[in-house]
Design a protein around this ligand. Sequence first.
Ligand SMILES: [Mg+2]
Length: 126
Amino acid sequence: MNDAPFIKKKILIIEDEKDILFTLKDFLESENYLVLTAENGFEAMKLLQTSGMPDLILLDMKMPIMNGWEFAIEFLDKHDHQSPMVVITAAADAEKRAKDISAVGWVEKPFDLEVLLKTIKRYEKK
Ligand SMILES: [Mg+2]
């Protein structure tokens, strides 16, 4: 028997479409992740002041108030590369979008949850 506590990996999802946000949250919780959510970049920056750095950030690009591009600039300025970012986007140029904001990867919408999970496991902080 191992008494060592199992430390859950922490994922921050930033997504303005609530159905997508909660689908992802439920799925990742079922995979034993601790999930934080924000509906735009501004809300995410505020949350990060108290939550500590997540092991990975899933970032939508088109959002009101503060979009994914604006969030990435502010996050990198304040926190450097402390959390890897993975872009979630329906755009055909997902790879370019990811590179533009120094994200480590991308997942295309509509997602295949297994592909999403593989991508998270590949890039999450070890
Ligand atoms: Mg959006």
